[in-house]
Design a protein around this ligand. Structure first.
Ligand code: ATP
Ligand code: MG
Length: 599
């Protein structure tokens, strides 16, 4: 391709609305153009990168037996009603002429399950993996960072269908391996981390994270065993302080200590002389109470009333965490196994505690289950809400002043917390990451709701076992820039660069330079190297700046060295790599170089 014929509207100014580097560089380099918040056009260069990523994804999905299909963007509301997802908050709703409700597709579990239930009836037709590469629509609360969080973005979504758990395991593992190859080919370093399965309650879910300062996700990494998890998910290894001062350590094993559903704390009858109610007028936040009583947040218990199993009719539960900690609703939901868990509204709080929000406490709280974070075990002399307006209780000791129904790991893990892996003595460190892919064992959530069944060899019917696997094509494009750039611009990994090499004749008026450039360009094309010939009538300084900004992996400069029969070949990622190569050998040399960069 010749630069003079290509639409590359580079910008000299950094657009002010662009907060993160990939967004700035994509706008400056003429890759994308914003139309509305979270809505972008791909200009020719941007589209080339997008297509390269999509092709890598397609090749690797085909290699694991995935079959590409293409599902509609318009999804009738009734279909989402079947799975209970028609009220998901990121949906874009619309109506047709006849007032029929539709949504723009935000992910396609329901649509693909509808296809499968119509045609697949026997175990013999499984396993089956279907995928598509398509625009998705999500009315994100905070679209940001250009392609990182769009409201219209491209996703590869695949869905596996199996008739037993072993089949699902295989489908999941082959997707995981395919994702690893995809991100390697895209030149990305990634981490595969343990992720929250969310309300769907699937048994396993992994996220692929690209570590970057601008990442919105917090990743916790064990400094000893290498375990990594999303902070939304990370379990906390147990450290129990004993009175002797000896600290013993045990790991919490997933799924142990499940409580009996509905168990409610029976209030202790033992009297604690230190425990008394004090007036704390107007103090309802942790900070206000701490200031008023001159105590540290670690000396306070936050009592959070939640409802489990869906508002407004969910069951109220009191969750207790230390004053300086955050309750992790997902962990609590996983522990309770009663469906989604949400913060209770003011009406429920008043009904359960007899007091307005901000004064809930476990002492004297009856009729609700009290789930306390492990960290509070063995603590004493704490401040809690008094279940009265403008009052708190001081000198409170768990299991003395109130009974705990269940002890559990329910707080958000942070850097410094002990690793959850059995036998590991390491601690978490924190990093920021961008989620580029998410693979998920769904189980029978959709097949059960939507009656997608197959007949087994035994004649028995069973719900199809599903996995779903998302990969953000547009987000991967932005993440590659977040991971690979310098002060001058983008440094594209060769596998996804818009062009693999750029040829720059320094002086367009010099016939020898122009003709050497044209010959080399043709030679590279015949060798399968995607080269761009910068034949624009511009100063060489402008061309060099643009080449750095756009980030072609290999730059070939045809200038004064030509008099001695040489061209200059250099790598974008390492400017000290520039070497003089004889014109006659240049094409072969560059082709080898490009191939090496891609592997
Ligand atoms: P997030 O937590 O970032 O909102 P998600 O968990 O809702 O994402 P999934 O439903 O798992 O996203 O989507 C699969 C993949 O699609 C993600 O791993 C990500 O790469 C991509 N993706 C999701 N939402 C967006 C978005 N708004 N813009 C760009 N890519 C997205
Ligand atoms: Mg996700």
């Amino acid at each position: 391709m010749k630069a003079s014929q290509l639409f590359i509207p580079t910008l000299r100014e950094v657009p002010s609305e662009a907060e993160i580097i990939s967004h700035r560089l994509m706008l400056r380099g003429g890759f994308v153009r914003k139309l509305a918040a979270g809505v972008y056009s791909y200009l020719p260069l941007g589209l080339r990168v997008h297509q390269k990523i999509a092709n890598i994804v397609r090749e690797e999905m085909n290699a694991i037996g995935g079959q590409e299909l293409f599902m509609p963007v318009l999804v009738p509301k009734e279909l989402l009603d079947e799975s209970g997802r028609s009220s998901v908050d990121v949906l874009f709703p619309l109506k047709d002429k006849n007032q029929r409700d539709f949504f723009l597709g935000f992910t396609h579990e329901e649509v693909v399950t509808d296809i499968v239930r119509s045609y697949v009836t026997s175990w013999k037709q499984l396993p089956l993996t279907l995928y598509q590469i398509q625009t998705k629509f999500r009315d994100e609360a905070r679209p940001r960072g250009g392609l990182i969080r769009g409201r219209e973005f491209t996703m590869k979504d695949s869905y596996s269908f199996d008739f037993d758990e072993e089949g699902l395991d295989r489908s999941f593992q082959s997707h995981r391996a395919a994702y690893e190859r995809i991100f390697v080919r895209c030149g990305l370093e990634y981490l595969v981390i343990d992720a929250d399965s969310g309300a769907i309650g699937g048994s396993q879910s992994n996220e692929f994270m690209v570590l970057a300062e601008s990442g919105e996700d917090t990743v916790l990494l064990c400094d000893s065993c290498g375990y990594a998890a999303n902070a939304e998910k990370a379990g906390i290894g147990r450290v129990e302080s004993r009175e002797s001062g000896v600290v013993s350590r045990e790991s919490r094993v997933e799924g142990t200590g499940q409580p009996t559903v509905g168990a409610v704390a029976v209030q202790s009858k033992i009297q604690n002389p230190k425990s008394k109610t004090v007036s704390t007028p107007g103090a309802h936040t942790v900070a206000q109470v701490c200031e008023f009583l001159s105590v540290d947040p670690t000396q306070l218990i936050k009592t959070i009333i939640v409802t489990a199993g869906g508002t407004p009719r969910g069951t109220p539960v009191a969750a207790l965490v230390r004053g300086d900690r955050e309750l992790n609703l997902a962990k609590l939901a996983a522990f309770l196994q009663m469906g989604p868990v949400e913060m209770a509204d003011a009406v429920v709080v008043q009904r359960v505690t007899g007091a307005p929000v901000g004064f809930a406490g476990p002492v004297g709280l009856t009729g609700v289950r009290i789930v306390a974070d492990y960290e509070l075990q063995g603590t004493s002399d704490l401040v809690v809400g008094a279940n009265e307006n403008d009052a708190h209780r001081v000198g409170v000791t768990p299991e003395v002043d109130f009974a705990v129904s269940d002890w559990a790991d329910i707080r958000v893990a942070i850097a410094g917390d002990p690793c959850v892996q059995a036998g590991c003595t390491g601690h978490y460190t924190e990093a920021h990451g961008i989620e580029v892919g998410h693979i998920f064992k769904l189980g029978t959530k959709y097949s059960r709701d939507m009656k997608a069944q197959v007949q087994l060899e035994t004649g028995e019917n069973r719900d199809v076992i599903m996995g779903c696997y998302g990969l953000g094509i547009s987000r991967t494009m932005a993440s590659a820039i977040e991971a690979h750039h310098d002060a001058d611009g983008i440094i594209w990994p060769a596998g996804i660069a818009p062009f693999e090499a750029v040829i720059i004749p320094v002086n367009m008026k010099d016939e020898a330079q122009c003709s050497a450039a044209t010959t080399l360009y043709a030679d590279l094309q015949s060798r399968g190297v995607e080269a761009l010939l910068d034949d624009r009538d511009e100063r060489s300084g402008v061309k060099f700046k643009d080449a750095d900004l756009i980030g072609y992996p290999v730059k070939i400069v045809i200038g004064r060295g030509l008099a001695e029969g040489n061209v200059e070949v250099g790598l974008r990622r390492d400017k000290s790599s520039t070497e003089a190569v004889p014109v006659a050998e240049a094409a072969a040399h560059i082709a080898t170089l490009v191939n090496r960069l891609k592997t």
